[in-house]
Design a protein around this ligand. Structure first.
Ligand SMILES: [Zn+2]
Length: 328
């Protein structure tokens, strides 16, 4: 197995080229991956227009397992961890990242190039002790957005530390951010670092743009500490995070949440919509594994689902106020 950074040095290729070739090579030797990436060519998409931005819906039947996975303690204890090296498919190859992570091709893709970045060790999915890796991965995997699903916010292996990554231009949030940040509320502004709160984006989003890793970590630390104090009963505050590195800057989107799944997930009959929102959904692409949900989904459903799973307005304002006071 080779290190990503060594391959970049030796081949003089960009990370994006190397990672794309890695997916192509896996397709040649791993029938499941080949079939599912092929299936991705046939997924259907619909766009929903909101005030100044779109949210897309993707019908993707291969994501069924991930969407319905039981992540309660008992179910997790009863299954073999699919990210542990001894249980991974024999066909699955890996590129190393540092001494702690393996970059793997995700055999149930949403993106044309979809990766799981899995810890070498079976340790719990936790944000703060590992957020530095998220930022480092975003630099090494430039061109891709690296994301984190919290243990109760979409991670289907809450007991095994991992990130995912997919090509940045697939996620509407990256373009939306550039276009809408001038209308967002500034929480902190210095020459090389800005922090915004998005109040009119359906999902509650706090975004950081900076060229300094230490600044990014400091601000994320401030966010985490205040949010944690508001959800003391949780193993960690409920959240998703997306991170992109481009032109020398990190852009980090943080999505504070209050629920894992919306009522539609548990409803029976016509009310039922099988959706289990994670970072990709917050990034602007709703993943629906059932055709009937894809066909019937409405703008009202999207608004309702995001309202249910995001922190409520008062909590968001309180959190923003605390971050603002602390940073300034
Ligand atoms: Zn494991």
């Amino acid at each position: 197995m080779a290190q990503l950074l060594d391959i970049i040095k030796e081949t003089n290729q960009s990370a994006a080229q190397i990672l794309r070739e890695f997916v192509e090579a896996e397709k040649l030797t791993w029938p499941l991956a080949a079939a599912n990436f092929k299936g991705l060519e046939k997924v259907k998409e619909r766009s929903f227009h909101f005030n100044g931005f779109d949210i897309r819906a993707q019908f993707n039947p291969e994501r069924m397992l991930s969407s319905v996975s039981n992540v309660d303690k008992k179910s997790i204890a009863a299954r073999k961890c699919f990210l542990c090296n001894e249980n991974r498919p024999a066909e699955q190859d890996a590129i190393e990242f540092g001494d702690q992570f393996l970059i793997l091709v995700n055999p149930f893709p949403i993106f044309k190039y979809h990766f799981t970045v899995s810890s070498n060790k079976h340790v719990d999915q936790r944000f703060t002790p590992n957020v530095r890796y998220l930022l480092e991965l975003a630099v090494a995997m430039e061109g891709f957005t690296v994301f984190y699903n919290g243990p109760e916010c979409g991670a289907s292996a809450p007991d095994h530390l991992h990130f995912q990554a997919g090509e940045s231009d697939f996620l509407p949030v990256n373009e939306d951010f550039d276009r809408l940040k001038s209308t967002a509320r500034i929480l902190y502004s210095r020459a090389e670092t800005q922090v915004w709160a998005f109040d009119h984006f359906l999902r509650k989003m706090i975004s950081i743009e900076t060229n300094s890793m230490e600044e990014a970590l400091r601000i994320i630390g401030v966010y985490y500490l205040h949010f944690q104090a508001m959800q003391v009963e949780k193993v960690e505050p409920m959240m998703n995070a997306l991170c992109t590195f481009s032109e020398g800057k990190w852009i980090i989107h943080l999505f504070p949440r209050k629920a894992h799944r919306p009522t539609q997930f548990f409803a029976k009959g016509a009310e039922h919509i099988l959706i289990s929102p994670g970072s990709v959904d917050f990034g602007g692409v709703f993943i629906l594994p059932r055709q009937e949900d894809f066909d019937k989904l409405t703008s009202e459903n999207i608004v309702d689902i995001l309202t249910q799973v995001c922190v409520d307005e008062d909590t968001f304002q309180e959190l923003n106020e605390k971050i603002k006071q602390d940073l300034n």
